[in-house]
Design a protein around this ligand. Structure first.
Ligand code: ATP
Ligand code: PRP
Length: 221
């Protein structure tokens, strides 16, 4: 056995939907996880493979852990990756769309707000979002002037209390928008989660990494 074969591999994941939807992919690679990040307070979880451990981090922190090599690989949504790449381009290898955690980024407004008219009039729109780079690029392409208001969550509240005219947020079933009397008015991009791999790890730990990446890829189809 070479040194590389003995080395511990580290995978970064967020808890919640990405963790849940990754479990079947790990199982396809013959790996199981006995502890749940929902019930355990541990941030480093062992797996049935003594040479693979999981780091439980915020969804938007996954690219950072992988880019700096604190994790060899991880899984992140296209929304998060797009936003991250605007600030830190390069450095992450994105081999596979895993087709999990599927949703879309969309513009939404309060019911009754005439979005088309506001855009046509050339009014300056106030847009609340956690995806500031995605939103800026989307409206720049349309030639719409916007003031972006950065929020960290509960974006749906902003149009209801006069903080913003519109939001850019994740929509899946549309239930959250409906519950808050908001309507989607424009799609920004389709979203699913992708494998991301540290570029140095890909070279130095290929023997260990490739079988897991390939199993994920196969299971994701
Ligand atoms: N309702 C949804 N349905 C399907 N996929 C979703 C949904 N909401 C978010 N996602 C996808 O899953 C990823 C992780 O979302 P999750 O809700 O677990 O974290 P978050 O709350 O967005 O992140 P953070 O904890 O950093 O604020 C998102 O980046 C997005 O790609
Ligand atoms: O269109 P929907 O199906 O309502 O999903 C959209 C919601 O999902 C996400 O929130 P969160 O992660 O809190 O969703 P969750 O309630 O499913 O956990 C996102 O920030 C939206 O608020």
């Amino acid at each position: 056995m070479s040194n590389e074969d003995n080395e511990m591999l580290t995978m970064a994941l967020s808890k919640g939907r990405i963790f849940e939807e990754t479990m079947p992919l790990l199982e396809a690679a013959g790996i199981s996880v006995n502890e749940s990040p929902e019930s355990s307070r541990k941030l480093i979880l062992p797996t049935s493979d003594p040479r693979l451990r999981l780091l439980i981090v915020r969804a938007s922190d996954v690219p950072t852990y992988v880019q700096y090599g604190a994790a060899d690989f991880g899984i992140a949504g296209r929304d998060v990756l797009y936003e991250y790449m605007q600030e830190q381009p390069g450095g992450l290898y994105q081999p596979t769309d895993l087709n999990i955690a599927k949703c879309r980024l969309a513009v939404a407004v309060r019911e009754g707000f005439d979005y088309e008219e506001a855009v046509k009039k050339g009014a300056r729109l106030r847009v609340a979002t956690k995806y500031v780079n995605v939103a800026r690029e989307h409206f720049a392409k349309k030639g719409v002037y916007v003031d972006i208001i950065k929020l960290y969550g509960s974006m749906e509240l902003a149009p209801l209390v006069g903080l913003a005219d519109a939001i850019v947020d994740v929509v899946s079933t549309g239930g959250t928008l409906r519950a808050n009397n908001l309507v989607p008015v424009e799609d920004v991009m389709p979203v699913s989660s992708r494998l991301i791999v540290n570029q140095a790890a890909l070279k130095t730990r290929a023997t260990r990494l490739m079988p897991i990446l390939e199993a994920f890829e196969k299971a994701a189809i």
